[in-house]
Design a binder for this molecule. Structure first.
Ligand code: B1M
Length: 230
C-alpha cells in the first residue's frame, strides 16, 4: 500500500475514501484523522464518514488478517488509526440533542480485547439519546452484574469477536438469572462471529449485527417494556 500523502483537499470523494482506506490499512492515524476532517468539511454526515469511510476500511484489514497477509502488530496499528478517527466523530454523533431515552451498560466479555465495534455501538447509542456506561474489554460476569446493580440499565450489551469468547455471554446471562436480575434488563449481543441462532440459544433477547441495528433494537425493546409496565 502507498505511504505517499497527497493533498487530501484535491482528491475526489471516491479517491479520498480510497486514500483513507489505504492509510487505515497502513495504520497512519494522523492522515486518517485528516481524511475524516476533510470528509466532514465537504458536508459528509458523521454517520456516512464512519460507515462508508472507517468501517468499510476496517473490513479490508479484517480480510487480509484472516488471509494471513496482515499480522497482529499491523492490525493493532490499523485499530489505533481507526480509534483516532472515531474519536473525532464521537462528539458529533452524540450531538443530536435527542432526549435521554434510557441507560445501557455495555462491555466486551472476558478473554476478549476487541473493542472497536463495541465502542462504535456505544457511540451510536449515545447519539440516539442513551446514557451509556462503557465497561471496556475483558469483563467477567461479576463486573457485568455489579454494573447492572449500580446503574440499573434497561439494556445490557455484550460484545465478543472470537468464537472462543462468545460462549462466555451465556455465563453472564446465567449469572444474571442466578442473581434475580435477568428480568430487569434486555440483553443484546453482538460481534462478528455471532448470529441470531446463537443469541437465541444463550437466551439473549436479541442479536444485533451492527451498531445501527443495536440502536433500533434497543429502542424497540424499551417501547415494549414501557408499554407492558404502563
Ligand atoms: Co482480532 N480477530 N484477534 N484483533 N480482529 C478477528 C475478530 C478475526 C475474525 C480475524 C480473522 O481471523 N479474520 C479473528 C477471530 C476468529 C474467530 O474467532 N472466529 C481474530 C483473532 C483470531 C484474533 C487473535 C486471537 C489473533 C492472535 O493473537 N493470533 C487476537 C485475540 C485477542 C483477544 O481478544 N484475546 C486478536 C487480536 C486483535 C487485535 C488486538 C490486533 C485487534 C483488536 C484491536 C481493538 O479492538 N482495539 C484485532 C482486530 C482489529 C480484528 C479485526 C481485524 C477487526 C475487528 C474490528 O474492529 N472490526 C477482526 C476481523 C473481523 O472482524 N472481520 C479480528 C470493525 C468493527 C466496526 O466491527 O467489531 O464486528 P465489529 O463490530 C460491529 C458488529 O459486530 C456489531 O456492531 C459493530 C459495529 O457495526 N457489534 C455489536 C459488535 N459488538 C457489538 C455489541 C453489541 C451490538 C453489536 O451489543 C449490543
Amino acid at each position: 500500500m502507498s505511504t505517499a500523502s497527497p493533498d487530501l483537499s484535491e482528491l475526489t470523494d471516491p479517491d479520498l475514501i480510497q486514500q483513507m482506506h489505504d492509510d487505515l490499512y497502513d495504520g497512519l492515524a494522523e492522515t486518517v484523522v485528516a481524511a475524516v476532517t476533510e470528509l466532514l468539511r465537504r458536508g459528509w454526515t458523521p454517520y456516512d464518514t464512519l460507515t462508508r469511510g472507517l468501517v468499510s476500511g476496517m473490513e479490508i484489514v479484517g480480510i487480509d488478517f484472516r488471509d494471513g497477509i496482515l499480522f497482529v502488530p499491523e492490525v493493532l496499528k490499523a485499530a489505533k488509526a481507526m480509534t483516532a478517527g472515531m474519536a473525532l466523530l464521537r462528539p458529533l454523533l452524540a450531538e443530536t440533542g435527542a432526549p435521554q431515552i434510557g441507560t445501557m451498560v455495555i462491555g466486551t466479555v472476558k478473554g476478549d480485547i476487541h473493542d472497536i465495534g463495541k465502542n462504535l455501538v456505544a457511540m451510536m447509542m449515545e447519539g440516539a439519546g442513551f446514557k451509556v456506561i462503557n465497561l471496556g474489554i475483558n469483563n467477567d460476569a461479576d463486573k457485568f452484574i455489579a454494573a447492572v446493580r449500580e446503574h440499573r440499565p434497561e439494556i445490557l450489551g455484550m460484545s465478543a469477536l472470537l468464537t472462543t469468547t462468545m460462549p462466555y455471554m451465556q455465563v453472564v446471562i446465567r449469572a444474571l438469572k442466578d442473581q434475580g436480575l435477568r428480568e430487569q434488563v434486555v440483553v443484546l449481543v453482538g460481534g462478528a462471529s455471532l448470529n441470531a441462532a446463537f443469541a437465541e440459544e444463550i437466551e439473549a433477547d436479541a442479536y444485533c449485527r451492527d451498531a445501527a441495528t443495536a440502536v433500533e433494537t434497543a429502542k424497540q425493546w424499551i417501547a415494549i417494556r414501557r408499554g407492558q409496565h404502563s
